[in-house]
Write a protein that binds this ligand. Structure first.
Ligand SMILES: Nc1nc2c(ncn2[C@@H]2O[C@H](COP(=O)(O)OP(=O)(O)O)[C@@H](O)[C@H]2O)c(=O)[nH]1
Ligand SMILES: [Mg+2]
Ligand SMILES: [Zn+2]
Length: 346
């Protein structure tokens, strides 16, 4: 799937909005430039590269350096920028850390971000909150039954992932509840044909879980998908020491506690990290994303380039490559209907 940079929005689940956009804020740039200049005449530092895994407060961070986690503070000259922004550093940020100040490390530089997941605060003034930086992939988790598999939801999540510049893997969990394999083939054939990685899993019998582990290994992943599809169960299966609460309890807390729960980057024992986003249910599409949908809808990206109009909506235009593919049965009508419903909902 193509990666789009540019404006994006959320990954989300039902109620709440979430992950979002790739945007370099001018004050971060300023902060980085200032720190760079400073460094050219500051001696005596012993700098190593690290990764912020948790933000305890504006003044206390957890930083992973070569597989070990340390407490770290922010250097004085970076701290001045804290007043101009919600938080200068985000979970997932790559940083240079001064190790000469034992026992705690000190963050001296924040390196440029590859991407940032942003959610919006609730209320009339939708403040952007950076959830995490430098995440590789989204694991779009669905279940075959309880709740029933809905391809339209997968399409929505795939659009969000593409808009955010994240790779996507589709998981169909609870495959132990499959009665008719032909039905599964029919639902998944299109995604397989267009090359989307898709894994069928069950935490009851372990089906597909080694395959999933291979895809998670050495990558930084965030799980998304509706409540009850088995995200916590899958994560607990892969990393039993985590013991995440399963649905009922955590849903209650999410509603009861309401926000401000920080995302945490947890290392997998087999390599890579899990971005745990307690209290954040999902990422949703925003109306500004509408113009991207004709380009990022699963399987449309290559076709879109052959449409006569660059801003083709694939609905009424002449010489539309998507409508042609639909006529020739290269796109199933179910997927085209799903496209229309996402496009028109925004
Ligand atoms: N049959 C079956 N049930 C599962 C499977 N995975 C999870 N569940 C059940 O589905 C429910 C929701 O799981 P949970 O992990 O809390 O979902 P989450 O809301 O996505 O985190 C729980 O009752 C689990 O026991 C599976 O592979 N097969
Ligand atoms: Mg859960
Ligand atoms: Zn078109």
């Amino acid at each position: 799937m193509a990666r789009y940079t540019g404006r994006l929005s959320n990954i989300s689940l039902p109620d709440i909005d979430i992950l979002d956009e790739e945007k370099e804020k001018s004050h971060y740039k300023t902060a980085r430039i200032a720190s760079k200049r400073h460094n050219t005449y500051k001696d005596g530092l012993s700098l190593v590269q690290g990764r912020i895994t948790e933000i305890k407060s504006n003044y206390l961070y957890k930083v992973e350096v070569e597989g070990q986690t340390y407490n770290a503070s922010m250097s004085g000259r970076l701290k001045q920028f804290l007043y101009s922004s919600q938080a200068l550093a985000a979970v997932g940020d790559l940083v240079s850390v001064d190790t000469s100040a034992e026992p705690d490390k000190r963050i001296e530089h924040i390196l440029p971000r590859k991407n940032a997941l942003i959610r919006y605060g609730s209320g009339s003034y939708q403040k952007e909150i950076i959830l995490a930086a430098n995440i590789d992939q989204v694991i779009i988790t669905s279940s075959w039954r309880m709740p029933n598999f809905k391809a339209g939801l997968i399409d929505r999540y795939l659009c969000i992932a593409a808009i955010q510049g994240l790779e996507a893997i589709v998981v169909i969990n609870k495959i132990d509840l499959l009665e008719d394999p032909a039905e599964l083939d029919e639902e998944t054939a299109y995604y397989r044909r267009i090359g989307i990685p898709l894994v069928c899993t069950s935490v009851l019998d372990g089906a597909g879980l080694n395959e999933l582990k291979e895809l998670l290994k050495d990558k930084d992943s965030v799980f998304t998908g509706h409540s009850g599809t088995g995200k916590s169960s899958l994560i607990n299966y892969l990393e039993p020491s985590l013991q995440l609460a399963t649905a009922e309890v955590s849903d209650f807390n999410e509603k009861g506690k309401h926000t401000t729960t920080q995302a945490i980057l947890l290392p997998w024992s087999f390599g890579g990290h899990l971005l745990d986003t307690p209290g954040i249910k999902t990422i949703t599409l925003h109306s500004e994303d509408k113009a991207m949908i004709p380009k990022v809808f699963p399987g449309f990206e290559a076709l879109h380039q052959d449409c006569r109009f660059r801003d083709c909506s694939h609905i009424h235009e002449e010489n539309c490559a998507v409508l042609k593919a639909l006529e020739e049965d290269r796109i199933p009508i179910t997927r085209y209907d799903s496209y229309r419903s996402i496009y028109e909902s925004l």
